[in-house]
Design a protein around this ligand. Structure first.
Ligand SMILES: [Zn+2]
Length: 295
């Protein structure tokens, strides 16, 4: 593997090799090609390269997803802006974002991950910190699984406590910030300091609350975005539905939209969502949608 070498490495290598090339037009990388240097020199270079690699790894920032996951991402800001205008067009290209809120659960999240893998599609998980901590090490391992498999991880706050976040239905920005920052810290403690996310989803949905201007300002200042949805399987509203009813609801709310942000839940008690998921995925595949994630 070719790696860009820093000045220190180049200087060291040149010192060892005794080649004077200052001012010459030969690229350093060519001079330092492993084929051109002897074994003992190679060891020094490797040690240096190894150190460089470690340094580079330290500064890789995983914003929402891992390296593999980057292939599937969409700019959540652009999607949110369209949703805010009820504009679900996408230049003739169909795209669906499967989103799962309130996880993780030890019961349903593993099944959701398995089904997504089986269908070779990626999703976005809006995680709730209190559920993660209640699930202990197993729940934390599940977040790592979500991340390692190239899904996107987003912030749904720590407590999901509606009364605390929006007393009297009005946003309490200080409580909100503290709650989401606490969750971000928890996610970092599990996924590493290099992990961060720009994407949040307000418990209950941004659309449901009043006095949200301070949040707009906070998101703007921190280069973050809040995103709701424009389709849902309704696994968290109205009377409890079976898998068929959830599938029908998902399709009914997605139909005719080129850009679909589908709200579902992988928390406790959502077994029917798991059962409905293969059929929901099939609908979007059959109708020519690409599956993407929000970062
Ligand atoms: Zn929620």
């Amino acid at each position: 593997m070719k790696r860009k070498l820093n000045f220190k490495t180049v200087a060291l290598a040149l010192g060892i090799s005794g080649i004077v090339v200052w001012g010459a037009s030969i690229p350093f990388t060519k001079i330092l090609n492993k084929n051109h240097i002897k074994n003992d020199e190679n060891i020094s270079i490797s040690a240096e390269a190894e150190e460089n690699k470690k340094e580079e790894e330290k500064i890789v920032n995983y914003v929402g997803t891992n390296e593999e996951g980057k292939k599937y991402t969409y700019d959540a800001k652009k999607v949110a802006q369209k949703l805010a205008k009820y504009d679900y067009s996408n230049d003739g290209k169909k795209v669906v974002f499967l989103t799962f809120d309130d996880g993780t659960s030890k019961t349903n999240t593993p099944e959701v991950l398995r089904i997504l893998d089986e269908n070779n599609v990626k999703a976005t998980f809006f995680l709730t910190g209190s559920n993660i901590e209640n699930g202990g090490e197993t729940a934390k391992e599940l977040i790592k699984e979500e991340f390692n498999r190239g899904h996107a991880i987003a912030n749904h706050g720590y407590s999901h406590d509606i009364k605390k976040l929006y007393p009297g239905r009005y946003l309490d920005i200080d409580a909100f910030k503290a709650d989401f920052e606490k969750n971000e810290e928890l996610l970092k403690s599990v996924l590493g300091e290099n992990f961060s996310t720009k994407v949040i989803r307000c418990p209950g949905g941004y659309m449901s609350w009043k006095g949200m201007e301070p949040l707009d300002k906070y998101l703007e200042e921190n280069d973050m975005v809040s995103i709701d949805w424009n389709a849902l399987n309704a696994d968290a509203e109205g009377p409890k539905k079976n898998a068929q009813e959830l599938t029908d609801y998902a399709i009914k709310t997605a139909e005719g939209k080129e850009m679909v942000v589908m709200l579902m839940h992988d928390t406790y008690g959502k077994e029917e969502t798991v059962k409905a998921l293969p059929a929901i995925i099939k609908y979007f595949k059959d109708n020519g949608y690409e599956f993407r994630t929000l970062v």
